[in-house]
Design a protein around this ligand. Sequence first.
Ligand code: URA
Length: 209
Amino acid sequence: MSTDSRRRGPGRTKGERRPAADLEEAWEGLTREIQGCRRCPLGSTRTQAVVYRGSLTPRVVFVGEAPGAAEDRAGIPFVGRSGRRLDAAIARIGLTARDFGVLNVLKCRPPGNRFDRAAARTCRPFLDRQLDLLRAPILVTLGASALRAVDPSAPAMLAASGHPRVLGRRSLFPLIHPAAALRSRRLAERWSHDVDALRAWLPRADKLL
Ligand code: URA
């Protein structure tokens, strides 16, 4: 038996999904670990860790930066103002509940909502393990810090936004952060333009992998 097939378990071929019960158990275990994490100082300032919302078999995972105040209270990513803007974009793109998921690079709210790079390094294994379990072929980063964390070699945010990139065996589609789109008319227009570019690109995306 090859090392690969041992890792997947007997009878599973390359690319085949792990059984739902295995996936759910592994996901619940990881969720409990994240919720109990105290590996960095944000573990003692948060109200609760913010892990994920969405399908466990998504085609697209949206990767935000860090929970804000509303998310810290709810324990769910993107439930505040920028979440409403993100959900409107997801509806516009035509993704249904089983197609997508939403998470953040940082699982705990940083004080003052300032992205904390040291905490992001500590938190990184959680993001990697989430993405390994979800196995989405497409990642959409939201904002410069998420882009930098997922693809350090990407160009600056405004040059990257709206243009798909190859990221190992996945595709990456960077977008500006939905909160930025709330700040100025120019960025609101850029957000709408790049969301439309994502909508146009998605039907072709799988063929590129
Ligand atoms: N901004 C983010 O990056 N993530 C959230 O969950 C909310 C706001």
